[in-house]
Ligand binder design. Structure first.
Ligand code: PLP
Length: 489
């Protein structure tokens, strides 16, 4: 049987004292209704509760309710209490909330840091179609296992967990992440150096808080991840672009006095190459010489389809220059908002202090569920399953590209990740192709979106993980027509 909804207590304007209590109560509830603060259909509190809350007799409350009902402001039905009428006898007034919103629209001086921020839109609300990039197959998220594990863990878990945890995260989850990273990513870490954060974005913001003062130089890859350059710009950094070639991000000159460089060595975002060993060594040498830290964004390297597994750059570092960070957004789902940072030893205490005054810690509710999900083996099973699914989808994209896009789009057979790029021929505008494809229900992100300034080679980012092979084949055919039409134009 559905439970009867419980109403929330009403906070009414105080009684002026010169009118009967039932008249005051009637007038105060009527004002709340006309101001739109209690919505049509909402249930009013029980007469007994209101009487107790305002120190009135129950008869007084009943008299006020009777008057409201007689005038048509409320309706009551046996068994479902008293509710605000769908149609009230007077027009609703300008809502108090709207008046407040209008006041807020007066010019306000925002803090300098906020004035530097431009919104970073990342969340795709619509269901996925070909070639949704940067998203895992959300329809294959193991909902049943997740719900089972989380509910079991919370039913049996200690009440102490409800009090919260340390700023660096729930210790058993930090241990599970450290064990996973040591084995699967070649990261040098112990649990004490792992900080659990709410995804890569918080990992970047935390790093900026720890290392970047306004005016400091931060190197970022270009083309590159907009989420990284935005955080650094918001911190007041002078963002310096580093170009990307076939070996990965290019190393700046030794004299560049940067505080930090943001890199995606395993799978360059968005171009997809894996940074060569020579380039990794060159970055470490540059960091040593310049005193800068290297931020390694390892966002989707769990998925490798060919070639040997490539260990993290952090695993080559002997001097604590690399801050390694990962996210569960690609391996599980973006809604989880969980990720991790492996900190050099000297940054552990400062990071704990910084987190203690911002998020305090990521939600323990999800940290506890994730820890059980990992230690009970579901995480490894899910990864294995998704690797097979994505390998098949990557194959479907390469096959569809060869069949329909040959000569029109040079699609790179990436070795890792959830997406790749396709380069358009000279004279074709990737942004225009993306707009024309969108009109036909196919999503491709122009490389221009991830590039500041001049674009060396125009192209499109194509995701293959989020949708099944049939949809990939449809997308390739649409794209072939769209590019064909651009060539003729
Ligand atoms: C390069 C890169 N890093 C990190 C992320 C994940 O960010 P978050 O953990 O904040 O969801 C993404 C998501 O698209 C990405 O493309």
């Amino acid at each position: 049987m559905p439970r009867r909804p419980v109403s929330v207590p009403l906070t009414l304007a105080p009684a002026p004292g010169d009118e009967p209590a039932y008249r005051w109560l009637y007038g105060a509830i009527r004002a709340e209704i006309l101001d739109g603060l209690i919505e049509p259909g909402h249930r009013l509190p029980a007469t007994r509760d209101l009487a107790r809350q305002y120190g009135l007799s129950r008869g007084t409350v009943v008299a006020a309710f009777d008057l409201l009902q007689a005038e048509g402001y409320v309706e009551s039905a046996v068994g479902s209490g008293t509710r605000v009428s769908r149609v009230v006898p007077e027009p609703r007034r300008v809502r108090r909330m709207e008046t407040q919103a209008a006041l807020a629209a007066r010019p306000r001086r925002l803090a300098a840091a906020v004035r530097r921020i431009t919104i970073f839109r990342q969340h795709d609300a619509a269901s996925a179609c070909a070639f949704r990039a940067n998203q895992p197959a959300l329809d294959l998220f193991p909902r049943v296992e997740w719900a089972r594990v989380a509910s079991r863990r919370w039913r049996r878990g200690s009440t102490d967990l409800l009090a919260g945890t340390e700023p660096l995260g729930y210790p058993p989850l930090r241990a599970a992440i450290a064990a996973y990273l040591r084995v699967s990513r070649g990261v040098i870490c112990e649990p004490g150096r792992v900080a659990v954060v709410s995804g890569m974005q918080e990992a970047l913001a935390l790093t900026a808080t720890l290392l970047v003062d306004p005016g400091d130089v931060v190197c970022v890859e270009n083309p590159g991840y907009g989420g990284a350059s935005r955080v650094m710009a918001a911190a007041g950094a002078r963002v310096r672009d580093v170009p990307v070639d076939g070996e990965g991000a290019c190393v700046p000159a030794a004299r560049v006095a940067a505080r930090l460089a943001y890199l995606t060595p395993a799978h360059q975002f968005p171009l997809g190459m894996c940074m060569t060993m020579a380039r990794r060594q060159a970055w470490l040498a540059w960091a040593r010489a310049s005193g800068a830290a290297l931020f390694e964004d390892d966002y989707d390297s769990e998925y490798r389809y060919s070639g040997r597994p490539v260990a993290a750059l952090q695993g080559l570092d002997r001097e604590g220059t690399v801050i390694f960070a990962g996210s569960f957004s690609k391996v599980l789902c973006p809604a989880l908002r969980l990720g991790y940072v492996v900190l050099p030893g000297d940054l552990v205490d400062p990071a704990a202090a910084a987190l203690s005054v911002t998020s305090r810690h990521a939600s323990v509710m999800t940290q506890v569920a994730l820890e059980a999900f990992m230690t009970e083996g579901h995480f490894a099973r899910h990864l294995r399953r998704m690797r097979d699914v994505y390998a098949e989808r990557r194959g479907a994209l390469i096959e569809a590209a060869a069949r329909w896009l040959g000569g029109r789009l040079d699609v790179v057979a990436v070795e890792a990740g959830l997406q790749t790029v396709g380069y358009v021929a000279d004279g074709i505008d990737g942004t225009a192709v993306a707009a024309a494809a969108a009109a036909q229900g196919v999503e491709v992100l122009p490389l221009r979106r991830h590039t500041r300034g001049r674009l060396d080679r125009d192209g499109l980012q194509l995701g293959f993980a989020a949708v099944p092979p049939g949809e990939i084949a449809r997308g390739a055919q649409v794209l072939a027509r769209v590019i064909g039409a651009s060539v003729r134009r």
